[in-house]
Design a protein around this ligand. Structure first.
Ligand code: AHM
Ligand code: MG
Length: 283
């Protein structure tokens, strides 16, 4: 696993450099979810594939930007699922974006996730590494090296509310829940990039990030293997919770297809308790 982490650090430096130097704009292709791919999405994906292919311990890689699983070493231990550059709709407006990695063993579901890593490319480059059974670790890129800053521990109660999805398509019980948080003094923090938005909730001690099912997308937008399950591990190991719309831990989620999406709620314990109450018996 350590060698995978080292390779991810190498990838982060390369993608950071790419974001800062490459031209923007769209390519002529689309990914398996039907999103038109940015040139940066494709180039980031190529960087990751090239670097991860060097490791004999990787059985397969699955990218948000590729339809199919890429088998590498049939007898190897780990499958790495990744979103090479999350935030396609905001990177060309110079907002923070990220890369997300889930390292799975013996299966492709929440229970099989052994570790996750995400990188935020913002004014600074930061990385959060979570190994199952231990607190997430926060690193910052200083002089081209990732330097450990601290472990992440969530409070049981936070102050931030990051509500995803198109409001006009929210179910009434979801709107009521989000409105109640604001009435109680929670502050809106939402950039449209799940990596910086979740990162802020984690580092500021808690709150709620939600991307619910909506009338137009009942299964939400965010992809289980590449986005949701890796963040679920970070929140849960930090002492928070991560659940779907049925109140089930996202580390129990079993996608039936690698590109499946799920409604998702990440937060501190108090906020997640309120989500469970609001969603009880609902969609
Ligand atoms: P992407 O992987 O195509 O960039 O999509 C994922 C992003 C998340 O970062 C963010 O939370 C969400 O899409 C926002 O989507 P929307 O603006 O469509 O609600
Ligand atoms: Mg994404």
């Amino acid at each position: 696993m350590e060698r995978i982490f080292t390779k991810i650090e190498e990838i982060a430096l390369k993608i950071d450099n790419l974001i800062k130097t490459a031209e923007g704009g769209y390519s002529e292709s689309s990914n398996s979810t039907g999103d038109t791919q940015l040139k940066l999405d494709i180039q980031s994906d190529e960087i990751i594939e090239k670097v991860l292919k060097e490791l004999p311990e990787i059985k397969a890689i699955i990218s948000e930007e590729k339809e199919d699983i890429l088998e590498l070493n049939s007898d190897a231990q780990y499958t790495v699922c990744y979103d090479p550059l999350d935030g396609s709709s905001i990177v060309d407006y110079n907002l923070s974006v990220g890369s997300i990695f889930g390292i799975y063993e013996n299966g492709l579901d929440g229970a099989s996730l052994k570790a996750s890593v995400y990188i935020v490319y913002g004014p600074r480059v930061e990385m959060i590494k979570t190994v199952r059974g231990s607190k997430p670790k926060h690193y910052r890129l200083i002089n081209n090296k990732f330097i450990l800053q601290s472990e992440i521990i969530l409070n049981s109660h936070g102050t931030l509310n990051a509500p995803g999805g198109t409001q006009k398509n929210w179910y009434p019980h979801h709107k009521e829940l989000i409105d109640l948080f604001f009435k109680d003094g929670y502050r809106l923090r939402y950039s449209g990039g799940m990596v910086p938005d979740l990162h802020q909730v984690l580092l500021k001690g808690g709150g709620l990030f939600s991307y619910p099912g909506t009338t137009d997308k009942p299964k939400g937008k965010l992809r289980a293997l590449f986005e949701v399950i890796p963040f679920a591990l970070a929140f849960i190991e930090a002492g928070g919770e991560a659940i779907d719309n049925r109140g089930i831990s996202l580390l129990e989620f079993k996608p039936s297809h690698p590109h499946d999406t799920t409604p998702c709620f990440f937060g501190s314990k108090d906020e997640i308790k309120r989500v469970k109450e609001a969603y009880s018996g609902k969609e």
